[in-house]
Design a binder for this molecule. Structure first.
Ligand SMILES: Cc1cc2nc3c(=O)[nH]c(=O)nc-3n(C[C@H](O)[C@H](O)[C@H](O)COP(=O)(O)OP(=O)(O)OC[C@H]3O[C@@H](n4cnc5c(N)ncnc54)[C@H](O)[C@@H]3O)c2cc1C
Length: 292
């Protein structure tokens, strides 16, 4: 690996100044579980590595019933997976984190790293899309907020400029009778990337089990994670039946733009989008029935 200068700012302002000075010659490091491999392979050869883990703002994990959830970009996946408030109010997010690598990887790896590395199979991404998370991005020039759905522009490509840092994610507080699910299909049960990942977030009406709101997203079947609005529209205003689940599943399969690779053929991935969407929606609806 090429030599580099290691920098460890302790404030956000300091980190943004360093990024502004070094721009393309710098790389941000959170857990390093993606970055170090890419540096070892010579994909990235930064002169400066800026470690963001000591910046308190980037390690926030706060829930407020009005403002919802705020998660700092450097928050580890393990902290997300084990957070009581996330397990209770955002189970799809806890599952997305839990599906990544091993406990050792999750103790190092961060939510921001999974987002910024922007691989189509990133396991936390479908859940965040189905929760309509908003990313706060900062640079020495100022701040902007971007809905996570608009953050990804291609395989390993995002809207981040070289001097910008992902600071945190904001997710609205779930209304009553809202819950979610994330299901990952893989070849082997540990340390494997997703063949398909499906997240569902649903809200049921107060009196019965009519679906009032639905958000469905897919991972690993397009260059970026995607929302499936056609499936969402099929579900809204309906009580779940096998027929409606099948319609939603087929809409998800139509929305997928999978490739064939060593893990699975495009045909198999498309078929699994259908079946796994049915499973994820069913699980989300069951959970929403008992959600406060
Ligand atoms: C053995 C192994 C198994 C894995 N299994 C899975 C898996 O099952 N599912 C999965 O989705 N991933 C998996 N991964 C990939 C990886 O662990 C995750 O993507 C993890 O979330 C990356 O987080 P990190 O903090 O380590 O990121 P880093 O490696 O520190 O950073 C990743 C990229 O994001 C940039 N970056 C990080 N934080 C910020 C920020 N706040 N602002 C701007 N840029 C930033 C870095 O510059 C770098 O380009 C695996 C990796 C390994 C080594």
């Amino acid at each position: 690996m090429k030599d580099f200068t290691y920098l460890a700012p302790t404030t956000l302002g300091e980190a943004l100044d360093l990024l502004s000075t070094h721009r393309e010659r710098a790389k941000v490091l959170a857990g390093g579980t993606d970055l170090m491999l890419l540096m070892q392979d010579g994909v990235f050869t930064p002169d400066y590595v800026i470690d963001i883990r000591r910046i308190p703002e980037l390690n926030t994990l706060e829930f407020d019933p009005q403002r919802g959830l705020l998660v700092g970009a450097a928050t580890t996946l393990r902290r997300i997976e084990t957070s009581p408030v996330i397990l209770q109010k955002y189970p799809q997010l806890a599952s997305g984190a839990r599906e990544i690598g091993s406990v050792q990887i999750r103790n190092l790896g961060s939510i921001g790293g999974n987002i910024c590395t922007a691989t189509p199979s990133g396991d936390i991404l479908p859940s965040l899309l189905s929760l309509e998370a908003t990313a706060r991005i900062a640079s020495a020039r100022g701040e902007r907020s971007v809905p996570l759905e608009a953050f990804f522009t291609g395989v390993r490509k995002t809207v981040l400029q070289p001097d910008e840092l992902l600071v945190d994610l904001r997710i609205a507080a779930p209304p009553p009778r809202t819950s979610g699910s994330y299901i990952k299909l893989y070849t082997r049960p540990a340390m494997d990337l997703a063949i398909v990942g499906v997240a569902a977030t649903v809200t049921l009406s107060a009196g019965d089990s009519t679906i009032q709101r639905a958000r469905i997203s897919l991972g690993a079947v397009a260059p970026t994670p995607i929302r499936v609005r056609e499936a969402e529209e099929i579900l809204v205003g309906r009580v779940l039946t096998d027929e409606i689940l099948a319609e939603a599943g087929q809409a998800a399969a139509r929305a997928a733009r999978p490739i064939s690779d060593v893990r699975a053929s495009a045909e198999y991935r498309r078929e699994q989008c259908d079946l796994m969407t049915r499973r994820a929606v069913r699980q989300a609806v069951e959970r929403a029935k008992s959600a406060a």
